[in-house]
Write a new protein. Structure first.
Length: 221
């Protein structure tokens, strides 16, 4: 069953995003497959954050391959924190950006794939996010554009963080960082089972009383 995300950062210009396929699993899915709330919508696809377009493809039709053709009509954006986001299986001939373009957060980059393109069985947006260094969160290592990249579950990056919600820590020793970044200094640790109050989210991190922790190791208490 599709899970509906309450999104903070939209990558589809619709009120809701439904996840038809999650991150990971047996076949190592590197991102999320997203569809709009209503099957009749053909929204624009929006840049997750500001950045520079580093690769695009404009392909029509279905290709059952894992190479670039499999991405169909797609856009890849490099962000200033080193992350790369990819938007795959867009509609042929609808891209509104090209390599080298700078985009703003939320800027339209193309149109949702109705019809779909690339290695895809039906209309959906494949969205993924990867980092150049190994994150604390569970990740999938894969080479992209000749670089070693680490793909993480995009869910906490897109999801709206509920205000002041209590979470339980699921990791044995969870680092608390000064800022919402994996490169920020560690200011403390939380134990498995600790209950924390998260008052905001940013970059996949949740704000707790003394800093920021990865949302991937928190579950609603
Ligand atoms: Zn996918």
């Amino acid at each position: 069953m599709a899970k509906t995300l309450t999104v903070k950062t939209k990558v589809l210009n619709t009120a809701t995003h439904k996840v038809t396929r999650g991150f990971g699993g047996e076949d190592g899915h590197k991102g999320l497959d997203l569809v709009p709330g209503s099957t009749s919508e053909t929204p624009t696809v929006l840049a997750y954050d500001a950045g520079t377009v580093i690769a695009t493809g404009n392909i029509s039709g279905i290709y059952k391959t894992t190479n670039t053709q499999g991405m169909g009509t797609y856009v890849s954006i490099q962000h200033k924190d080193g992350s790369i986001t990819r938007y795959q299986h867009l509609k042929y001939n609808t891209l509104t950006v090209k390599v080298g373009d700078r985009v703003k957060k939320g800027e339209p980059i193309g149109v949702y794939g109705r019809p779909t393109t690339g290695n895809s069985t039906g209309p959906h947006l494949h969205f993924d996010i990867s980092f150049p260094t190994k994150p604390e969160a569970p990740c999938i290592k894969s080479t992209y554009l000749g670089q070693c990249r680490f793909y993480v579950d995009p869910t906490p990056y897109l999801q709206k963080g509920p205000a002041a919600v209590k979470y339980k820590v699921t990791a044995s020793s969870l680092r608390v960082r000064k800022q919402s970044s994996l490169s920020a200094p560690i200011v403390g640790y939380l134990k498995k089972g600790d209950i924390v109050t998260v008052t905001g989210t940013q970059n996949g991190f949740g704000k707790v009383s003394n800093g920021w922790v990865s949302m991937q190791y928190l579950t609603e208490a």
